[in-house]
Design a protein around this ligand. Structure first.
Ligand SMILES: Cc1cc2nc3c(=O)[nH]c(=O)nc-3n(C[C@H](O)[C@H](O)[C@H](O)COP(=O)(O)OP(=O)(O)OC[C@H]3O[C@@H](n4cnc5c(N)ncnc54)[C@H](O)[C@@H]3O)c2cc1C
Length: 684
């Protein structure tokens, strides 16, 4: 038994802990694909944590955190380790805290409907329990078999049905968490006073350990409606997705495949290479034998040529074009109406009906594709995925820019699987191999890692350049942390301030999300000279100056057939004042989880620093910094301009089933203390 485990056991008798070698290796990493290259090279855990603890109550978590704080031991919260961004890469002095024993359903209120569930509950048994009660959370990440509720919250996860139910941040009504000081606090969503929930959601284990979440539920769907249409190009396809979401349709699932991905989807998905000899290498360290493996590596040696070929018009035609599949859920009538409307819009925009089969096939195999990576690694290559997002008007730039950047290094395909009225996520899948020029010098696996790093660096730079967000739902981890400044600018320092406010000694997951030694953040270009309202019609967003009054904004929007669609509190109120008061008069955000009021903003913090949160339909790049301004009464700074969702006049807005939960609970003493700490830290 190690000294650390002995000390911990005497402080918390009865809480299991281990410093055994197999445990230390098992908890040494998450599923970041670059780690798989180390595993293949025979190094499953280059560094491993000092010990692992398994608390089973909030009280045990709090006592263990206080113990870690008092002993200066860094602590890494661990859900199921399915993260793909190196959020879990513990140093040798770290105590990993596996939360899976915190897995009780504390309260199920079918009337609301809502559930309070502990953070370590695994996805599938949780959803099964909801199903038995005739309910659903509506959150189905492809990793649902191997991820926890706490991991979803910490990483801002998205499920396959985000089109109707939103992302995890749209489902959380309250969180119980333990701060880095070992204090247990309950954070509740509210509008007319500061809301700390959006700051902890996405904090990736660096601000607090989430111990339970109160989540909004829906009635389990009684029926499903299916549809699929092919389109001459990917662009035609995303225009149809945009039309659906902006017309108020909310397909639970809406997936657009680019021509190559569509061809695979029509055939039932990627088939893994089987029966390949594994582990054998030739003299150059290159995996040996196996026809499929040799062919795969040969193809991946020149990815640029292959990517170019597949994106010619002729190839697109041969492959049958792009394809959308949709699944609507709800009552029989709602599901059928959704499919009928989707058909009308798709056919109006050039789509050809593919029948129900592709969508039904997708549902049947919904969790299969993600687990077919292993054979590619076994054959000496690598695969990974990258999920970025942008408003609709920037989606073409994002698609072209990232595809081009990745395509120079790896073979790339894409689908679009999370759409919203104001934008969409693009999910790139890519496969690569060793850089031939480096194999002799560095060996096969290190030469693969070089290609891998180059592809990621180029793709992240292209995403930022195109006006997109670096991550839509996988989070930042350590893999993207060095690029966070490119998106958030001064926001990186704000995230650091939040970390200090919640975790003054910096013991929680150090080095994650924001690197300890970050390059200076990029300054965002100065905003164009103020215009009261600038409209992005394609994205149904308006960039409104903070000094513009609501009445003036509404009048300018009216000229374009648009509206803020709200009960005007007082037309003379400026947009900045209105947001500081929590945007009174707007529609209840629980009515349409896929929609949002505010896509981004420019603000000035209390100490004069400028902060930009670039507009995106949803993001997973740490805490949602807009929460520092909405409903905060100007306590942390003022909004200079805001990207607001605007609505076409005459379009009926969707309404999800009712959700009975207190909308504006008071600020608890624990929350008040944290807000004071945030204010102090932001003032420096
Ligand atoms: C095959 C596959 C498919 C995937 N598909 C999806 C998908 O469809 N959608 C999606 O969003 N993601 C997907 N992912 C990514 C991953 O599953 C998610 O990020 C998931 O939310 C992580 O949950 P986890 O419980 O495994 O967290 P972990 O990997 O254990 O942790 C993730 C991060 O959260 C922190 N953390 C975990 N629990 C807590 C807690 N209770 N309190 C505070 N911090 C905590 C950790 O410190 C770490 O930084 C996929 C991954 C794989 C391998």
């Amino acid at each position: 038994m190690s000294a650390l485990v002995r000390d911990l056991a005497s402080a918390l008798p009865g809480m299991p802990a281990s410093a055994d070698e197999p445990d230390r290796i098992a908890y040494a990493r998450d599923l970041w694909p670059r780690h798989h290259l180390d595993v293949r090279a025979g190094e499953p855990a280059r560094q491993r944590p000092a010990a692992i603890a398994w608390p089973s109550t909030t009280d045990e978590v709090a006592r263990a955190v206080r113990w870690a704080r008092d002993h200066g031991v860094p602590l890494v919260p661990f859900g199921a380790g399915s993260g793909v961004c190196a959020g879990i890469a513990p140093r040798e002095d770290v105590l990993v805290m596996d939360l899976k024993r915190l897995a009780r359903i504390r309260r199920l209120d079918p009337g609301a409907p809502l559930v309070e569930v502990e953070a370590g509950h695994m996805g599938v048994p949780f959803e099964q329990a909801m199903e038995r009660a005739g309910l659903t959370l509506g959150h189905f990440p492809s990793s649902i078999l191997c991820s926890t509720v706490g991991g979803w919250v910490a990483a801002r996860s998205a499920g396959q049905c985000s089109g109707a139910y939103g992302k995890i941040e749209d489902m959380v009504a309250a969180l119980e968490c333990v701060t880095g000081d070992g204090e247990v606090v309950e954070l509740r969503r509210r509008t007319s006073a500061p809301d700390l929930v959006p700051l902890v959601v996405g904090s990736e284990g660096t601000m607090a350990v989430v111990t339970s979440a109160t989540l909004r539920l829906h009635p389990a769907p009684a029926a499903r409606g299916f549809g699929a249409w092919s389109f001459p190009s990917t662009k035609h396809g995303w225009e149809a997705m945009r039309a659906m979401f902006q017309a108020g349709l909310r397909p639970a699932v809406a997936r657009l495949y680019d021509p190559f991905d569509a061809m695979l989807a029509k055939q039932g998905g990627v088939k893994g290479a089987r029966d390949e000899p594994r582990g054998e290498r030739n003299g150059r360290g290159e995996p040996r034998g196996g026809l499929r493996g040799t062919a795969l590596r040969a193809v991946l040696r020149r990815p640029g040529a292959l990517n170019d070929l597949l994106h010619t018009r002729a190839a697109t035609k041969v492959m049958g074009g792009a394809m959308i599949v949709v699944v609507f859920e709800g009552t029989d009538e709602r599901a059928q109406h959704g499919v009928d409307e989707a058909r009308r819009l798709c056919e109006l925009l050039g789509g050809a009906c593919e029948g129900e089969a592709p969508a039904r096939r997708w549902l049947e195999h919904r969790y299969s594709v993600s687990y077919r990576q292993a054979p590619v690694f076994a054959n000496g290559a690598f695969v990974d995925t990258m999920e970025v997002a942008a408003r609709w008007s920037k989606l073409g730039d994002l698609y072209d820019g990232v595809r081009r950047a990745l395509g120079e290094h790896v073979f790339v395909m894409a689908h679009f699987s999370h759409a919203y009225p104001d934008g969409c996520c693009i999910y790139f899948s890519f496969a690569g191999s060793a850089d031939p020029g480096l194999v002799r010098e560095r060996g096969w696996d290190a030469a693969c890692a070089a290609t891998y790093d180059r592809a990621w660096r180029a793709a992240l730079a292209a995403a930022v350049e195109a006006g997109g967000t670096l991550a839509h739902h996988h989070g930042v981890g350590r893999s993207k942390a060095p690029r966070l400044g490119e998106e958030l600018g001064a926001g990186v320092d704000v995230v650091r301030s939040l970390m200090r406010a919640f975790d003054p000694r910096g013991i929680l997951n150090p080095g994650n999300l924001v690197p300890e030694k970050a390059p200076p953040p990029r300054q965002h270009p100065a905003p164009p000279s103020p215009v009261p309202v600038r409209i992005d019609g394609a994205s149904l967003l308006a960039c409104v100056e903070g000094t513009t009054t609501l009445a003036e904004a509404e009048r300018l929007l009216e000229d374009e057939g648009l509206t803020l669609d709200m009960r005007m509190p007082d037309g003379a109120t400026t947009v900045a004042e209105w947001l500081a008061r929590g945007a009174p008069g707007t529609r209840d955000h629980w009515l349409d989880p896929a929609d949002q009021l505010l896509a981004g903003l420019d603000a000035t913090l209390g100490d004069g620093r400028a902060l930009t949160v670039r507009p995106a339909p949803r993001r997973a790049v740490g805490p949602d910094l807009t929460a520092l301004f909405v409903g905060a009464g100007g306590r942390f700074g003022r909004v200079d301009r805001a990207w607001l969702r605007v609505h076409k006049r005459g379009v009926t807005r969707p309404a999800a089933p009712a959700f009975a939960c207190e909308r504006d609970p008071g600020v608890s003493p624990g929350e008040a203390r944290l807000l004071d700490a945030v204010e102090r830290e932001l003032k420096g």
